[in-house]
Structures are given as C-alpha cells and as structure tokens.
Design a protein around this ligand. Structure first.
Ligand code: DGL
Length: 266
C-alpha cells in the first residue's frame, strides 16, 4: 500500500496524453506532472541536454516524494531513460518499451513504421528495441516535427494537417507497414488524420495507452497501490507560464487539473 503520487514528466504539455491514459487506467492514483514548458522542445536538442534536463526533473519529482517516475516524453525516453535508471533508485518507466510490445503484438507482416521527433528518430531507440525483440522486423522511421505545433494549435484535421501528414508519410505509405507507432506525446491528437492518410489500413500504436498498462502491472508487482477508496488528483507543475499551459491543457487531457503552478528547477 502506498499513497504517494506517481511523478510524470514531459518536455511540455504533450505528456498530458500519457496522464490521460494513466488516470483512465488508474483513477485512484495521484499524479504530479512536470511540464518543462520553459525548455520545450526537446525534439531538436542534443542528447547531453536532454539527459541533463531529464535528471533535473527526476531529482525534483523524487524530492516531492513520488513513488515512481513515468518519462512521458518519447524524446527523453529514447535518450535519457537508461541513465536515469542507473542513477536513481526508484521504478522509472519510459514510453518506448510499452510501445514496441504493443507494436510487435499487432503486426502481422513484421513491417513497422515509427513516427517521432528528430531526436527520437535520430536515436533509433524504437528500431533498436524492436529488432532486439524480433530480428525479422523491418522498421521504417520518419520524423514529423510539424505535428507538435499542429496539435498544440488544435489544428488536427482538415486540409493543412492532411497535406503535411501526406508529405511526411510518403515513404511510410509505400513501405507496406501494417503497424505504425505514434512515438511522440502529441501525435495521438492527430490519430484520425494519420489514419485517413494511411488509408485506414494500419494499426496505430499510442504509447500513452500501452504505458498506462505497464504502470499498472509494475504497481501491482511492487504492491504500490494506494489504499482503497482513494481518488487521484493531477497536480501540474510547469517551468514557464501557468496561464498558457492551462489554456492548452484541455486539448490533451479530459480530466480537470488541480492547482497548476510554476516551479523553478534550474
Ligand atoms: N514531448 C516530445 C516527445 O514526445 C515532443 C515535444 C518536444 O519536442 O519536446 O518526443
């Protein structure tokens, strides 16, 4: 039994898609969410910088008394997760492993597409992990950086997002993948457009949903569930403007947020 909150962090607001999946799967858990809105985006930063930011936030969340850390950001998961696991003595879960397990499960033809930020695609973290699990898997990856501002603008359907998606997905469409990993916090918001552009023929894997299932099984295994009758709250902490975060949060999260506030961690 453990009533302490789960710490979740992301480069900014997009990780709320992971929180959304978490609260649906585990409504009794309290969540402290850190959005590093002052330093977003991570997607085009160096590995060293992403590792430094991820460490700073993890330290802060541990100081707040979190029982577990979820790295909701794909870019941070792809480049900082191993370092965090070796430095901190607390369960730390990223979004890559849960995503690849779901993709391996879904694919029939062993051809899997991966979409992500420049950093995630550069690291080839999804590709490496997929090929490690199954050497016969072919992975076709594509960075789609413009999907992030589109999702934040709420511009997720219509001609402009469709044209951008068609351009990014050209190689993926012709490569005969049957499964596509949405390897970025923001991309689930564009699911309908991506599905349309892919001709409605591929399995779309949303890492947020699969991560929530992994968190549940780790809590179970380590007996870290809160006591019965608890109902969780989401506490949001951001490194830049609270107002902007609050005005965009509803696009990413169905549940209400309590007391978003600013923090200084660097
Ligand atoms: N949260 C990032 C990710 O999932 C996307 C935004 C960014 O580039 O920081 O990769």
């Amino acid at each position: 039994m453990d009533n302490r909150p789960i710490g979740v962090f992301d480069s900014g607001i997009g990780g709320l898609t992971v929180v959304n999946a978490l609260v649906k799967t585990l409504p009794q858990e309290a969540v402290v969410y850190v959005g590093d809105t002052a330093r977003v985006p991570y997607g085009n930063k160096s590995t060293e910088r992403i590792q430094q930011y991820s460490e700073e936030i993890t330290k802060w969340l541990i100081k707040q008394g979190c029982k577990m850390i979820v790295v909701a950001c794909n870019t941070a998961s792809s480049q900082a997760l191993d370092g965090l696991k070796s430095k901190f003595d607390i369960p730390i879960i990223g979004v890559i492993e849960p995503g690849i397990e779901a993709a391996i499960h879904a694919t029939q033809n062993h051809r899997i597409g991966v979409l992500g930020t420049y950093g995630t695609i550069r690291s080839d973290a999804y590709g490496k992990a997929l090929r490690k699990l199954n050497g016969n898997i072919s992975v076709i990856s594509q960075a789609c950086p413009l999907f992030v501002p589109l999702a934040e603008e709420g511009w997720v359907s219509g001609d402009v997002p469709e044209t951008i998606a068609k351009t990014y997905l050209e190689n993926i469409i012709t490569s005969d993948v049957d499964t596509l990993i949405l390897g970025c916090t923001h991309y689930p918001l564009l699911k309908t457009t991506i599905n349309k552009v892919m001709g409605g023929k591929v399995n779309l894997v949303d890492s947020g949903e699969t991560t929530a299932a992994v968190v549940r099984s780790v809590l179970n295994k380590l007996e870290l569930y809160p006591e019965n009758g608890k109902s969780g709250k989401i506490f949001c902490r951001v490194t830049d403007s609270v107002e902007l975060f609050e005005s965009l949060a509803g696009r990413f999260l169905d549940a209400p947020i309590s007391n978003a506030s600013h923090i200084d961690i660097f």
